[in-house]
Ligand binder design. Structure first.
Ligand SMILES: [Zn+2]
Length: 94
């Protein structure tokens, strides 16, 4: 279920979990006074799911791109650039 932020006038903000259908505009704080719901997007998931990991990774690379020090994997064509056909050796060189 999503987590919503509520703000108590004396204790400050705190989080509470409600279903999207049942989230109230205000909920009682642990001190007893009513706390109004803040205007925030509901936080879905806890960061453990694959979707949240992907969102976190996307957010991280937006500010600090991952830089590789060397090319990884095979190159296109798989031959390493030079032709491997032995008949090419007989072709005239420039
Ligand atoms: Zn309070």
């Amino acid at each position: 279920m999503p987590t919503y932020e509520f703000r108590c006038s004396s204790c400050g903000p705190f989080d509470a979990v409600f279903s999207m259908r049942d989230v109230p505009e205000a909920t009682p704080c642990r001190c007893g006074s009513p706390a109004r719901r803040g205007i925030t997007a509901p936080r879905l998931g806890s960061g453990a799911s694959g979707a949240m990991k992907l969102l976190d990774a996307t957010k991280a690379t937006a500010e600090k791109p991952a830089v590789v020090s060397a090319p990884t994997g095979r190159t296109r064509g798989g031959g390493g650039g030079a032709p491997s056909n032995p008949r090419h050796a007989g072709l005239p060189r420039p």
